[in-house]
Ligand binder design. Structure first.
Ligand code: ZN
Length: 170
């Protein structure tokens, strides 16, 4: 099995068996984000506690949309279980770098590396980043001192070639 097929398997596995899906209480902030290009939607909640430094006690979500957006949310939930807020924000930044086609530390991305190929398809990048922008927004709402608020659509990336939107893994 080549790398691309392996990555595809990771995405499909998370899509078919989403980890941690479902909205839970208690929570400190709830946000709802949509990706109008594809129709993906996510409602995401964070509960932030303190263990020497701020930690994500719980991230819960409910979503609908394409396989990429749903797999991304599932991986977010799995990778960030028990993470500190600064680790979560660092991973978000690194994932954005990956989606922008920049050099990244693959080790630090866990299963997120499976989305590497998505960077080639700007229309799908929004799908992959949706949950992560929602996370950042939720953190900024519950702890404004820790994350910049989301102004506008940070997932917006210019689409050089509209044909690329035709790629669909659903
Ligand atoms: Zn999508």
């Amino acid at each position: 099995m080549d790398l691309e097929s392996m990555y595809q398997e990771v995405i499909l596995d998370h899509y078919r068996n989403p980890r941690g899906r479902g909205l839970r209480e208690p929570f400190d902030a709830e946000v709802m984000h949509v990706n109008p290009t594809c129709g993906d939607e996510i409602t995401l909640r964070v509960a932030v506690g303190t263990d020497g430094e701020p930690v994500l006690k719980d991230v819960s979500y409910w979503n609908q949309g394409c396989s990429i957006s749903q797999a991304s949310a599932s991986i977010l939930c799995e990778e960030l279980e028990g993470a500190t807020v600064s680790e979560a924000l660092a991973m978000t930044d690194e994932f954005v770098n990956l989606m922008h086609g920049e050099q990244v530390d693959e080790e630090s991305l866990g299963d997120l590396i499976a989305f590497e190929g998505v960077a080639k398809y700007p229309a799908r990048v929004k799908c992959a980043l949706l949950a992560w922008m929602a996370l950042k927004d939720a953190i900024s709402q519950s702890h404004p001192d820790l994350a910049e608020p989301i102004d506008g659509d940070l997932t917006e990336i210019s689409v050089a070639d509209p044909q690329r939107h035709e790629l669909n893994t659903d």
